[in-house]
Design a protein around this ligand. Structure first.
Ligand SMILES: C[S@@+](CC[C@H](N)C(=O)[O-])C[C@H]1O[C@@H](n2cnc3c(N)ncnc32)[C@H](O)[C@@H]1O
Length: 294
């Protein structure tokens, strides 16, 4: 059952798709350097330290850290092949102190591959935690097997600014989906969007659950910070057309690109016009939690 479920999750995860990886990389590029800076300061990363980046994505955050600090070694891991390939390309110039591996943290076999390289002085998980199902097993594993005695684990998450704005954002996306579906069905009466993947933003109460679980695994919260400018999801409105074009193309790959372009653009335009006040409002802030062993 677990293998079948993992397979279905992988098939529906946007991170497995090259198009989405390009969009994600573009979004991330705008904040990666500042994110790296922030992590160097908050997690007190020094030259000669070792780093493990869990769910490294396209590797831009680790690259920013490696540009600031001469680390002894860095290991970057992700379960998505297109992400691992992007990370390898983005870190080509960094040299052989950096290793990039494809593995799934939800699986015993994936986690155990990390033990040979442990212990690490710093473990970072940037915008990853909300995507994990077996968080408690993973945090216990990090605590017991991967992190050095005085090391730290730093989580970063996009957290909602207000429930109202979050609802508003979801409503806008739903309205766009409805509008596109209506117009698409005039051409293809079977057109239907699939289930929506887990959004990038974490709610206040979810963060509370994560911190409790981490405490139960033997961590204490040593530092906390937040920075709204680092939440690149706030720029997502700008990228809505690209994101929806990608989704529509996936559902109906035979449609001419010009038709997709026209339908998506006009649907988004009409929904955004009806929600004018929303366009410039931030929906999330990036929160950082530095955890240490008790
Ligand atoms: C939102 S992206 C963040 C990427 C990167 N940390 C950054 O900040 O640019 C989340 C990443 O976690 C990866 N991921 C999700 N679940 C994972 C798992 N179980 N094991 C390894 N990687 C995972 C995804 O493939 C994706 O690349």
């Amino acid at each position: 059952v677990y293998i079948v479920r993992s397979w279905i999750e992988l098939q529906t995860s946007p991170f497995e798709e090259s198009d989405f990886v390009s969009l994600f990389t573009r979004l991330r590029s705008s904040v990666a350097s500042s994110l790296g800076n922030k992590l160097v300061q908050l997690s007190e990363i020094k030259s000669r330290d070792t780093l493990l980046d869990l769910g490294c994505g396209p590797g831009l955050v680790a690259r920013a850290i490696l540009r600031r600090r001469e680390l002894r070694c860095a290991l970057l891991v992700d379960r998505s092949l297109p992400m691992v390939l992007a990370a390898r390309a983005n870190l080509k110039k960094i040299g052989n102190k950096c290793q990039i591996m494809r593995l799934d943290l939800e699986r015993n076999q994936g986690r155990s591959q990390l033990v040979t390289e442990a212990p690490f002085d710093h473990i970072i998980a940037i915008d990853l935690w909300h995507l994990l199902e077996h968080r408690q097993i993973i945090s216990k594993f990090i605590h017991d097997r991967l992190l050095s005695t005085n090391g730290n684990l730093t989580l970063a998450l996009h957290r909602d600014i207000s429930e109202k704005r979050m609802k508003n954002w979801h409503e806008i996306r739903s309205q766009v989906r409805e509008e596109i579906s209506l117009r698409m069905r005039e051409i293809n009466n079977k057109f239907e969007f699939g289930t929506r993947s887990r959004g990038a933003v974490v709610l206040h109460e979810e963060v509370g659950t994560y911190l409790r679980e981490l405490r139960d695994s033997g961590f204490y919260l040593s530092r906390k910070a937040e920075d709204e400018d680092l939440a690149d999801i706030n720029q997502m409105v700008k990228h809505l057309p690209e994101s929806f074009k990608m989704e529509v193309r996936r559902i109906d790959p035979n449609l001419p690109p010009s038709v997709i372009e026209r339908i998506v653009n006009s649907s988004i335009r009409s929904v955004l016009q009806a929600n004018k006040g929303f366009v410039n409002a931030n929906i999330a802030t990036e929160v950082f939690y530095v955890l240490k062993k008790t």
